[in-house]
Design a protein around this ligand. Structure first.
Ligand SMILES: Nc1ncnc2c1ncn2[C@@H]1O[C@H](COP(=O)(O)OP(=O)(O)OP(=O)(O)O)[C@@H](O)[C@H]1O
Ligand SMILES: [Mg+2]
Length: 251
């Protein structure tokens, strides 16, 4: 196996069993994620994107096929992987600071405070340390979840629609910030998004999934220098091609 293949998924299928009914969610997924790569995953609602992320994260181990990270079979969640769920999932009884600290397992008090302050600044939430999740907007809560996923400097970051709840401007700002973080750390990222422009802006590769049960329909390599110019001709062409693949029934 190549050194560069950090995540290797072979013949992955997943069926949910719901009140006596089988719900096939993923079918025969074969996929590798390279070290330092940003892989964008697009596909329509219900096609299995969150299921795929949960399986890579180790939170779901009920599947057939093989999923390995750095050559080892995924047996459960680990701190080498950070995940941002579709919804923020903060603990409502803890402040913003404590929610992040809860995830942060290293350093003395001073170091922890500095790490938390740095990450809150990164997501534009300096001053909200003592706020409770119930006092935040949806977008602010999601930014706390992003900060929480980053504090342990994971080797793989799994993002499920991380910017979905944000207004357009904050979304563009965070996409840029994300690129900056990636440039510093070169963290491998698997990012699910509904936003094709976001997929092309950040991704080295974009995979388009079919409707449920999710299979990989097509992959696009985005061989453009970063940070990317959204008005670049090739950028716009790729965006159009992916859009057509995504909505090919619309012609
Ligand atoms: N716990 C569950 N029990 C039964 N079926 C489930 C469960 N979770 C997901 N499913 C089904 O599996 C399919 C894939 O779900 P998943 O959440 O992975 O989709 P998704 O691509 O993330 O959708 P969205 O874009 O809306 O978030 C869906 O059809 C869903 O109904
Ligand atoms: Mg989902």
């Amino acid at each position: 196996m190549s050194e560069q293949r950090q995540v290797a998924i072979t013949n992955l299928s997943k069926t949910y069993h719901n009140q006596g009914c089988d719900v096939p969610a993923l079918e025969n997924i074969c996929l590798s994620v390279m070290r330092h790569e940003i892989l964008s995953v697009v596909g329509s609602s219900g096609c299995g994107k969150s299921t795929l992320l949960r399986i890579i994260s180790g939170l779901d181990t009920e599947y057939t096929g093989m999923v390995t990270i750095e050559g080892k079979k995924v047996a459960g969640a680990g701190r080498d992987r950070g995940i941002v769920f579709q919804e923020p999932r903060l603990l409502p009884w803890l402040t913003v600071q404590k929610n992040i600290e809860f995830a942060l397992q290293k350093g003395n008090r001073e170091e922890r405070e500095r790490i938390i302050a740095d990450h809150l600044a990164l997501v534009g939430l300096t001053g909200f340390e003592k706020a409770y999740p119930g006092q935040l907007s949806g977008g602010m809560a999601q930014r706390v979840a992003i900060a929480r996923a980053l504090v342990n400097r994971p080797r793989i970051l799994l993002l499920d629609e991380p910017f979905g709840a944000l207004d357009a401007l904050t979304r563009l700002k965070l996409q840029k910030e994300f690129f900056r973080i990636w440039e510093q750390e070169r963290t491998t990222i698997v990012m699910v998004t509904h936003d094709i422009e976001e997929a092309v802006y950040l991704g080295d590769r974009v995979i388009v999934m079919s409707d449920r049960p999710g299979t990989i329909k097509k992959e696009f390599f985005i061989d453009l220098p970063k940070p990317r110019d959204r008005s670049n001709r090739v950028f716009l062409r790729l965006k159009g091609e992916i859009y057509r693949e995504f909505h090919n029934d619309l012609g």
